[in-house]
Design a protein. Sequence first.
Length: 490
Amino acid sequence: MRKYFAVLLGVLLILSFAVTAFAEDKTDITIGGKILIRGWYWNNVSGASGSNVLPVDGESAAAYSTNVNLTVDAKVADNIRGLVELETASAGSKNSGLFYWGDKGYGYDSKANADILIRQAWIQYTGAGLGMPAGIKIGHMPISIGEKQFLNNERFGDDAILVWIDPTKELHIAAGTVKLNEGNVFSHTDDLDGYVLLATYALDKDNTIGANWVWAHSDGNCPSSLTDSGDTDDDGNPILVPSASPNIDKLNFHNVGLHANGKVAGITYAAEADFQFGKLEALKDPGDIVFPTSDLKAKGWAVMAKLGYQLDPVNLRAAFAMGSGDDDATDKDCKEFQTLQGPDYGATARLVHYTQIYERTVRTAAAFAALTTKPGGNTTNTGIANTTYYNLGFDVNPMKELSISLDGFLLRATETGAIEDILSEAAGEKVSVSKSLGWELDTKISYKLGKNLTYFIEAGIFKPGNFYEDAFGTEDKTVTQAVHGLSLTF
């Protein structure tokens, strides 16, 4: 840790001189950050990270964690800006932003087991040389599109080059390339590249519509590919390991999204529809590769709609979303909605998009997360893949400093046919799986203690449905989860 703090102090020292040196040139440098301290509680869940975290009859668990972010935002001129954000990472993990209290490995009276890594580092330039406002942004940055149902890599970001133009005040057009996976820099067969094209149009000051296209391409790498290692575990099951590239011949996957958001007659809304097509071409001689062994055609889709209405002092909300699932594990169609929401990192790092427990902590209904950046595919952090949810909620501010929200969710698997095929083959007989994922009740409470200082509580109850018992043999145990903490921004 000493070398990281030395580097950090050196950076801050240099920047302090930079503030003085460029004061006459009107350079605006802002140094800020955040300290987030949280206490976590889980009950009746098999873990908080890793694959196949299930609702089980188990002991409760609790932990404390700390996130630290430091940001340097340099506006060198009206049209030139650079930003660097440093964030803690548990034991050097690229998919964590915290350190756990007591997780040191050296006993008490020792420093936190945390490294300082770069969360953002980008340069942005804007101008009007094309006869219209235009810009370029290049570096490592949070990436998302539309209403964030398909691509949402905002937690830790991606390396990207983005360019845009604004032909009119209402129309914004952007294009970009994103490096989703890089192995050996001298080989292209282990890369996964993303190409993005999008446009948004402001109908008026309150309403916006948009369209986007994402193309994920590789000449030899499906990151979720698996190989039989030749060894077995204690139960005699084969041990599968990530496949070295090239593990496929070619991947061309496409997602087209249409979205809208705004406010009409006092009703706020957001909606998105996504359609997927393309093909994964398997190797003609896969060898020991277990997945994929045959070509796959992408045929996933998803829809989402949200409504809100302010009935003082309460804001009423309703939402519906459905991501397609696969009804046949033996054909060459991948009908499950594929998402790029980040790898399968732990619950303490994941963002909440709809539920606090189902999508953040326990295994979801996703069966074929084949285009994720994790060997074998994600089992959590899959968005609405093979998931349908109905949501009712409200927000209220009893006083200026206090905000409260409550949400109820009814959750169902969109399809269970593919999961039934997999289980039936393993069991040697027909297995039926319920579509009932269960229901969840979540609440969020925050109280502003002072300037930039907030105390908050996030808590949820998840009652699993028969899906988990049918698919994984778990008992019908209610999962509870609670998080409370202090957030200070500066």
